[in-house]
Write a protein that binds this ligand. Structure first.
Ligand SMILES: Cc1cc2nc3c(=O)[nH]c(=O)nc-3n(C[C@H](O)[C@H](O)[C@H](O)COP(=O)(O)O)c2cc1C
Length: 190
């Protein structure tokens, strides 16, 4: 069982990073092979809407996204972690999502499995927002669930916390990190 974690925050050691690390530890404690990719360390150009993928089923842009396509194809579980920024996911995460347009093209235009091999994949979302606004996570959740659906990844749920702003403040939430660890365990057991 391979679990891929994608860290979307620009803040190393920030709130979503801490939660993601626990999810991955939980998964590893059940024997899963885990790998975390930190988007802020990568160069991922936004989609240029060149439409080459509609014919070729792959993206022409040769950058670090090519590694992510490969990792997505090999993963059984995918954990996306992004704080809320301006009511959505971070620019780092949005760039990855838009670059999945070639996977959309594979599925809906070329009629082939978006991630190549057909296997049971499940996806989980981790997020934190600084405010306590009602429906804070809804716009991001719509986007993340849409992405998973398009990639034939079944939605396994989310772990989200509002009102957490300062770097590392999530660690002061009495049981957030434990919840994340348990979510990681469940993700690979289900
Ligand atoms: C550019 C930017 C935009 C933000 N927009 C929102 C927002 O729309 N709603 C919100 O609740 N918090 C917002 N925040 C606060 C972050 O969600 C919050 O600080 C979070 O804890 C950061 O998580 P991290 O430590 O994983 O990066 C924003 C922060 C930044 C830097």
């Amino acid at each position: 069982m391979k679990v891929l974690g994608i860290a979307g925050s620009p803040r190393r050691g920030g709130n979503t990073d801490l939660l993601l690390a626990e999810v991955m530890k939980g998964a590893a404690s059940k024997g899963a092979e885990v790998k975390t990719i930190v988007l802020n360390n990568l160069k991922i150009t936004p989609c240029q809407h060149c439409d080459a993928c509609l014919k070729e089923g792959k993206c022409r842009i040769q950058d670090d996204m090519q590694e992510i396509y490969q990792e997505l194809a090999e993963a059984d579980r995918i954990v996306l972690a992004s704080p809320i920024q301006f009511t959505g996911v971070t620019a780092q995460m949005k760039a990855v999502i838009d670059r999945c347009q070639c996977l959309w093209a594979r599925k809906y235009v070329l009629k082939v499995p978006p991630l190549g091999t057909e296997r049971e994949r499940k996806g989980f979302f981790v997020s934190v927002g600084g405010t306590r606004l009602k429906n804070l996570f809804e716009p991001a959740l719509v986007m993340i669930k849409t992405l998973f659906r398009i990639l034939d990844i079944s939605y396994a749920g989310e772990l989200v916390f509002s009102g957490v702003d300062k770097k590392g403040a999530i660690a002061r939430n009495p049981d957030a990190l434990e919840q994340a660890f348990l979510a990681g365990q469940r993700l690979v057991e289900d």
